[in-house]
Design a protein around this ligand. Structure first.
Ligand code: GLN
Length: 481
């Protein structure tokens, strides 16, 4: 049996019945990585030895008859912007190429508490800025569905290693679509939780009022299992929220009667690829067929989302990245004086896209322009959030495409940052409003590239997301490769 092809919930059953061991599962994933990783480049670093130590320790516990949790003994890949104690954490940047964190991010700590098997750190766009995983200092990741194409970004490494079966599950982070868009490009499931649901402690900051960590998995059930482990209040993150974390699995089988779904017309307007539009509309038909009521709605401020998002995230990034000065972390270029050292360190440490964003953000925050750009964008953010509040007065969920087009070719948009920014048109609104959204596969283009759809719910209603996503997944069949 090719164990690496299984989902976490399938492996959990086999572990419980003692039909396979965690070591066998881990070995199977390791040999898969050795086979396909030279083509995919989804990992920055693998951690086979500690992974096998954890797996063997789990097997001993199972042999002793101990109870195991759903993710115990399951291989997981972690995006390289989450701190892992004693394991290099680079954010795919030269700046942090030698940074070894002295502590674990809270999500990593929680995974270790259930004895999940950390198999490696995944490639990403530098500091999570981009939409294609091409801005990585370690070279681009390739889409396992077609190696000439990007896997999406910035959690392109996580989505690619899940799709290529180089892990069983993975964690990504999402500031403006970085979990959902790569999930849709690679034909896997990705969830951006409500802002505050998952602790950001130990997540290297890009835009702190947008960033959230979430699951990237082969199916909806695995996403629900992983969410249960990583969610919940953390005193180390002042923006994490003290809400109970439901057992998401209990909601999966519920029917969709009485569920009302809004279809925002602005997400199907000009610019959308006809194949994407038709795949998403077909799925909406399917969902109406299984009990949900779907109606068109308008979210009038959607057109301002991209400029609003890029002003706010670059502003936050310019402030967050000020800490990489050659004094505290990572790269340091010695020069004759302090200013020279700062300049050399930052100009050699950061890539072009990161520098572009620091400049944009610094400009938007500067004294003469703050009111015209940053403050105005904050007000627009509130209007966009109000579009969602209003929609959720009447609807339980919204369904939209994830990306206007399927995966594009490597290199196709690298020289045109504006085109790259437009790839995020349907995902950034979700982070501006702080609401949760899941991306699930809903079809393929004629070139065989996966297409995803996005389900959006009210804050802390992830259980409704799972319920709708699970019903749709059942009707659509899991995207097979
Ligand atoms: N593509 C978006 C950006 O570059 C989203 C990135 C993300 O979600 N980390 O900002």
């Amino acid at each position: 049996m090719e164990l690496y092809r299984l989902t976490a919930h399938e492996i959990h059953q086999l572990l419980q019945k003692k039909e396979v061991s965690s070591e066998e599962v881990t070995m199977s994933v390791i040999s898969r990585i050795e086979e396909v990783e030279p083509k995919v480049n989804g990992y920055i670093e693998t951690t086979f030895d500690p992974a096998l130590d954890t797996a063997r320790a789990v097997d001993k516990r199972i042999a002793r008859g101990d109870e195991i949790r759903p993710l115990t003994g399951i291989p997981i890949a972690i995006k390289d912007n989450m701190c892992t104690q004693g394991i290099k954490t680079t954010c795919s940047s030269r700046t942090l190429h030698n940074f070894i964190p002295p502590y674990d991010a809270t999500v990593v700590k929680r995974l270790k508490e259930v004895d999940a098997v950390i198999i490696g750190k995944t490639n990403m766009d530098e500091f999570a800025m981009g939409s294609s995983t091409e801005t990585s200092f370690y070279g681009p990741t390739r889409n396992p569905c077609n190696l000439d194409y990007v896997p999406g970004g910035t959690s392109g490494g996580s989505a690619a290693v899940v799709a290529a079966h180089e892990t069983i599950i993975a964690l990504g982070s999402d500031t403006g679509g970085s979990i959902r868009q790569p999930a849709s490009f690679c034909g896997v499931v990705g969830l951006k939780p409500t802002y505050g649901r998952v602790s950001r402690f130990g997540l290297i900051a890009y835009a702190s009022s947008f960033d959230q960590i979430g699951p990237v998995t082969k199916d909806v059930t695995d996403a629900a299992l992983l969410m249960k482990v990583i969610s919940g209040y953390d005193s180390a993150d002042s923006t994490s929220v003290k809400n109970d974390v439901p057992d998401y699995l209990n909601y999966l089988e519920e029917d969709l009667k009485n569920i009302k779904i809004g279809i925002p017309i602005e997400y199907f307007a000009e610019g959308i690829d006809p194949e994407v539009k038709s795949a998403v509309l077909q799925a909406i038909n399917l969902i109406s067929g299984i009990g949900a009521q779907c109606e068109n709605i308008s979210m009038p401020h959607t057109e301002y989302a991209i400029p609003c998002y890029y002003i706010l995230v670059t502003s936050e990034a310019s402030s967050n990245l000020a800490r990489y000065d050659g004094v505290q972390y990572g790269l340091r270029k010695e020069e004759k004086n302090l200013i020279g050292m700062y300049r050399a360190t930052r100009s050699e440490g950061f890539g072009d896209e990161v520098k572009r964003r620091i400049m944009l953000g610094t400009y938007a925050l500067s004294a003469g322009y703050y009111d015209a750009y940053y403050l105005k964008a904050q007000k627009v953010r509130t209007l966009i959030k109000q579009d969602f509040d209003k929609a959720f007065e009447k609807y339980d969920a919204l369904i939209t495409p994830v990306s206007p087009f399927p995966a594009f070719k490597i290199g196709e948009k690298m020289n045109d940052p504006l085109q790259m920014y437009l790839a995020d048109i349907y995902t950034v609104t979700i982070n501006l409003a702080g609401v949760p959204a899941i991306s699930i596969p809903c079809g393929f283009s004629k070139d065989g590239l996966p297409i995803g759809l996005q389900i959006v719910c009210k804050p802390f209603d992830e259980h409704t997301l799972f319920k709708i996503a699970f019903a749709l997944e059942k009707s659509l069949g899991r995207a097979k490769k």
